[in-house]
Design a protein around this ligand. Structure first.
Ligand SMILES: [Zn+2]
Length: 146
C-alpha cells in the first residue's frame, strides 16, 4: 500500500475541532479550501453508505463544485465514493474536511456512514503526481526500450 495508514481508534480520528473525522467537520471543510503555510495538500477518498439513494442530479452537481470533488457510485447500491482535495495539517483533518462536504449537502444526503477512507499526501507543485511510488510507475520505468 502506498497510502499512509489511517488510525483505527476513535481518539486518533479527532480533527483539530474535536469532531470525528469520519463524520466530517464543517470547520475543517472551510479550512481545507484555503492554502496556508501550516497546511499541506492532500487527496482523499471516502467510501460511505446512505439510507436512501443520492439523486443522480446531486452526483453530477458535485463536479461543478470545483476543487476536484467527485461523487461516484461503485458497483453496490447505496455505496458511494467521495473524492476531493484538501489543505490540512494531517490526514485526519484532510478526511474531516472532505467528508465535511457531505455535511454541507445534508439537505440531500441526510445520513451517511463512512466505511473506509484513504488520504494521500501531495505536494502542490506536483499535484498531479503522488509523492509515493506506485506500482504502475515502477512498471513504466522498468519497461524501457525492447
Ligand atoms: Zn475540524
Amino acid at each position: 500500500m502506498s497510502e499512509r495508514s489511517m488510525p483505527h481508534d476513535a481518539t486518533s480520528w479527532s480533527c483539530p475541532h474535536g469532531q470525528d473525522a469520519r463524520r466530517g467537520c464543517e470547520a475543517c471543510y472551510e479550512e481545507s479550501a484555503r492554502p496556508s503555510q501550516e497546511l499541506t495538500f492532500w487527496t482523499v477518498a471516502a467510501w460511505f453508505t446512505t439510507d436512501r439513494p443520492i439523486p443522480i442530479r446531486t452526483i453530477q452537481d458535485v463536479h461543478h463544485h470545483g476543487r476536484h470533488f467527485a461523487l461516484d457510485q461503485p458497483s453496490a447500491p447505496l455505496v458511494y465514493l467521495l473524492t476531493g482535495e484538501a489543505y490540512a495539517r494531517d490526514g485526519v483533518q484532510a478526511v474531516a474536511g472532505v467528508i465535511g462536504f457531505l455535511l454541507q449537502n445534508r439537505h440531500v444526503i441526510a445520513t451517511f456512514t463512512v466505511t473506509e477512507t484513504r488520504a494521500t499526501h501531495r505536494s502542490p507543485a506536483t499535484a498531479t503526481k503522488p509523492k509515493t511510488t506506485r506500482q504502475t510507475d515502477v512498471w513504466l520505468h522498468e519497461r524501457g526500450p525492447s
